[in-house]
Design a protein around this ligand. Structure first.
Ligand code: LLP
Length: 418
């Protein structure tokens, strides 16, 4: 799965940096990212869309660290945001608001104003009441808000229910059957300028078929909307392309896009600007989380390998029962034993991997793989644990891009009572 991760002798390297050395230098838990992996992943999308109007809007919720955003901004990437905080963050990283699309079911009036003042490229509107408020806020500011409606195409993405978003029962998007009426209404509103159409059906998709199904449903709508005299400039096909955590075999971005473009062209929509909002597939396999083995606790029914990273650092296993690879940073010559790899947090749900064959001893460093997406971005301070440090590697060079959070920082905003 991870293109720039390789073992040289016994030692695991990310690009040309030895991970055990980084763990020693910076301490653990430590997130480490390969910039080359991120840029390669982006290049695959850009290559597949070369020669036609397009914009890749990195869904920054997957990993919103400034240096990651900066990496993508410098490579010409746009961004998909879901909050005013993400807008502020991405502007701080040097991105241009003109390449930002704003998604999310619960945009507040303040966030709308903030985004209009910054001049974002498009709002992906998810309900009629949001549309009405956005129009009102835009009129107050004397502008028109550029808008796509996020349509819920009612297709089964075949992924985990918590990260599936394109079915009728989900809170996301405007129902397919209502979309035309809402477009008609949008076209009448004084503060709205209709620009495009948007959909996103879920995350960690490993098949092309659901993307094609959604596309067909969207193109049906585009044709109906244009027949009603409303022009759509772009098609935003969302994100959702999966990565390999273990044995998944998702299509490559090139493959997926080639199939989507073929369908778009066949149906006579080749002139439209294409927008994608990939998150996980740009950063997931670019990152690892390094952790140190604290204690081994063999037992009658289970053996526990207690490490210094926990569910607050990496929530995916606890939250989705997600399987993430765990390998030693330096291999040792000893028979492997089956361990549940668990963190120090006081919850039974605090595990990172179950029943893993590992030859380990206290003091060893382990790398949790595919941790570049929805890792640090979902970290919390539960148990008053400061969030991990982060390092970006570029060839031999390793740069600390976020220092470890101290306990004092965690309670700095708090006040004792009289
Ligand atoms: N666009 C929209 C509107 C989204 O809601 C999402 C993700 C994306 C794009 C990017 O999707 P991606 O390419 O990353 O699949 N925390 C979960 C994933 C939640 C995804 C939420 N929305 C996880 O760790 O698996």
């Amino acid at each position: 799965g991870a293109p720039h991760l390789a073992r040289r002798g016994r030692d695991l390297y990310l690009e040309d940096c030895q991970l055990a050395t980084l763990a020693q230098q910076h301490g653990t838990p430590l997130y480490v990212y390969s910039q080359a992996s991120m840029l390669d992943a982006l290049a695959a999308y850009q290559r597949a869309l070369a020669g036609r109007p397009h914009l890749i809007c990195y869904a920054m919720k997957a990993n919103s660290s400034l240096a990651v955003l900066q990496t993508f901004a410098r490579a010409g990437c746009g961004f998909d945001i879901v909050s005013g905080g993400e807008l502020q963050r991405v502007l701080a990283a040097g991105a241009s608001a003109s390449k930002v699309v704003f998604s999310g079911v619960g945009k507040t009036r303040t966030e709308m104003r903030q985004a209009l003042e910054a001049g974002v490229r498009c709002f992906n509107v998810e309900s009629e009441s949001e549309l009405a408020l956005l129009s009102q806020v835009a009129v107050e500011l004397g502008v028109r808000a550029p808008v796509s409606l996020r349509v819920n195409p009612d297709v089964d993405a075949g992924t985990h229910p918590y990260i599936s978003t394109g079915l009728k029962g989900n809170k996301f998007g405007i129902a397919h059957e209502q979309a035309l009426a809402v477009y008609r209404h949008a076209a009448q509103l004084p503060g709205i300028a209709v620009r495009g159409i948007d959909c996103h059906i879920g995350s960690q998709l490993t098949e092309v078929a659901p993307f094609l199904d959604a596309l067909d449903r969207i193109l049906d709508l585009v044709e109906a909307i244009e027949a009603a005299g409303i022009t759509l400039h772009h098609l935003d096909l969302g994100g959702g392309l999966g990565i390999t955590y273990t044995d998944e075999t998702p299509p490559s971005a090139d493959e997926l896009i080639a199939q989507l473009l073929a369908r778009i062209d066949a149906r006579g929509h080749g002139h439209r600007e294409i927008v994608f909002e990939p998150g996980r597939s740009l950063v997931g396999n670019a990152g690892v989380l390094l952790t140190e083995v604290l204690y081994l606790k063999p037992g009658e029914t289970k053996n526990f390998c207690i490490v210094d990273a926990a569910m607050n650092d990496l929530m995916r296993p606890a939250m989705y029962e997600a399987w993430m690879g765990i390998v030693p940073c330096t291999e040792r010559d000893a028979p492997a034993v089956t361990w549940d790899v668990v963190g120090p947090v006081c919850e039974s749900g605090d595990w990172l991997g179950r029943e893993r064959e590992l030859a380990v001893a206290p003091g060893d460093h382990l790398a949790i793989l595919s941790a570049g997406a929805y890792g640090m971005a979902m970290a919390s301070n539960y148990n008053t644990r400061g969030r991990a440090a982060e390092v970006m590697v570029r060839g031999h060079q390793a740069t600390l891009i976020r220092r470890r959070e101290s306990a004092a920082e965690l309670y700095a905003n708090e006040r004792l009572i009289d």
